[in-house]
Design a protein around this ligand. Structure first.
Ligand code: EPZ
Length: 435
């Protein structure tokens, strides 16, 4: 307790580190049943929320991912005790001993910004490194800071750090200029201990925001409207302990659905949330797939061919930007021309150059990718640049002719729990080479 036991956080044999490679021999169709893990983008804010109470928090269905390990390391740095047993993680922060999230840590995971709201709410101060840009875009956090100021925090930017202090946060009406997932989450966490009521307008509606609100209410917070674009938070004096679950990862679910269609397979995804992937279900049906949905199960069977369809990404419940790269990999072997528009991030087409090295015919025109389907891609050595681009290259390799070698596998380990094991259980010829 209170120490990070190496090997427990997926740093051991089962999770790659540094320069592992993934080798894929394409052509196998995927068949069988698979289970998606807990959602990375729900686990990160929920773990940050545990800073808001001095009581024990118990979370189930926590995925074993590099990014989860990173935020656990940050929590321990700040003074939390953390223990983990498989997918159950328990944490308690009796006292915040340190208010700083260092650049060294934040530069490896920008979602570390999620400790800003809880630290300010719990202790009245925080010093968090600005995340800086990343591969997919500038990704500023100006809306997080503006909203925190409106709640009464004094914000200064110094040496690349955000320094926030307050004598006590006060509820206020907050309007987000654009829908921001972690911005909504950060401010929701700051507002739960503020004096008075906060109303978030144009709030993000992602299921991960709703999962966080459920956990916060389990700790004694008073939040209404999470999952809609208007969230009302009545501040309370203090929060208590909570036991709750991380929702199933809709991006992992969607990635496996696209893999099934791309390989001409027939896959059942169990213990998932079909309601969280409705935009993808609609698109894949349009592309010719057969999809049967039960309570917590999705069965997806590839159609006779892949029809080219147009896709535009939007904040939830629109088509998710986190599945755009994977969809481009599918459209690369569509039977016509597909226009894929990325409206959320300004530079989320890095996967396209690598797909073109595998024979894809794609032209980029501003925020649109024009994808002319080809018969089949050809395996090649490719480079991962960011998490979802890596997933798209794995998918392309599964259906390509010949061998695909994916370098810099650490990108994919950030958001997928042992992806090669899950896919090989479905019949893929995929393995990890430890360097
Ligand atoms: C979250 O990032 C996810 N990460 C991302 O998943 C996801 O792609 C993104 O939401 C969109 O769905 C986590 O939840 C940890 P945003 P976030 O703030 O919150 C602009 C993955 O692969 N913006 O909703 O950083 C921003 O530049 C990752 O799992 C501002 O301008 O995204 C972007 O264009 C990648 N100012 C847009 O809003 C701000 O202060 C949406 O960003 C905040 C955001």
């Amino acid at each position: 307790i209170g120490r990070e036991r190496p090997g427990l956080w997926g740093e051991g044999k089962e999770q790659g580190v540094g320069v592992d490679k993934i080798i894929i021999e394409g052509g196998e169709l995927l068949k069988g049943t698979i289970r998606a893990s807990g959602a990375k983008n729900a686990a990160l804010p929920i773990l940050a929320a545990s800073l808001l109470t001095e009581e024990w928090c118990t979370f189930h269905n926590v995925p074993d991912l590099v990014d989860v390990n990173t935020i656990v390391r940050l929590l321990v740095d700040l003074g939390s005790e953390v223990e983990r047993d498989g997918a159950v993680l328990r944490t308690r922060t009796r006292r915040v001993g340190n208010w700083e999230a260092s650049y060294d840590l934040v530069k490896t995971m920008r979602a570390s910004i999620l400790v800003l709201g809880p630290l300010v709410a719990r202790t009245g101060k925080a010093r968090v490194s600005l995340p800086g840009g990343c591969a997919i875009g500038a990704r500023p956090v100006n809306l997080h800071l503006k909203a925190l100021q409106e709640l009464g925090a004094h914000i200064e930017l110094r040496d690349g750090y955000v320094e926030a202090t307050t004598a006590g946060l006060k509820g206020a009406p907050i309007y987000f200029d654009t829908s921001t997932v972690t911005g909504t989450e950060n401010i929701m966490m700051a507002a739960v201990l503020a004096e008075g009521t906060t109303i978030l307008k144009n709030a993000a509606r992602e299921p991960e925001v709703e999962n966080l609100a459920l956990i916060l209410n389990g700790m004694g917070a008073k939040i209404r409207g999470a999952g809609t674009d208007e969230i009302i938070i009545e501040g309370v004096e203090a929060l208590g302990s909570v036991e709750g679950s991380i929702i199933s990862d809709r991006v992992e679910t969607g990635t496996f659905m696209i893999a099934a269609v791309l390989t001409g397979g027939d896959v059942v995804i169990e213990d998932c949330e079909p309601g969280h992937v409705e935009a993808l279900v609609a698109k894949l049906r349009e592309a010719g797939a057969q999809i049967d949905i039960k309570e917590k199960t999705i069965r997806i069977t590839a159609g006779p061919n892949v029809r080219s369809v147009d896709v535009t990404t939007h904040p939830y419940p629109g088509f998710p930007t986190d599945l755009q790269a994977q969809m481009v990999a599918l459209m690369a072997v569509g039977n016509g021309i597909s226009v894929v528009r990325e409206t959320v991030f300004e530079n989320r087409f890095m996967h396209i150059n690598e797909l073109m090295r595998m024979g894809a015919e794609i032209t980029i025109d501003g925020n649109r990718a024009i994808v002319r389907g080809v018969e089949r891609l050809k395996g090649a050595p490719v480079m991962a640049t960011d998490l979802r681009a890596s997933a798209s290259l794995v998918l392309a390799g599964l259906s390509a002719e010949g061998k695909t070698e994916l370098e810099r596998v650490y990108h994919i380990d950030r958001g997928y729990e042992r992806i090669e094991e899950k896919l090989s259980r479905l019949g893929a010829n995929i393995r990890r080479i430890k360097q």
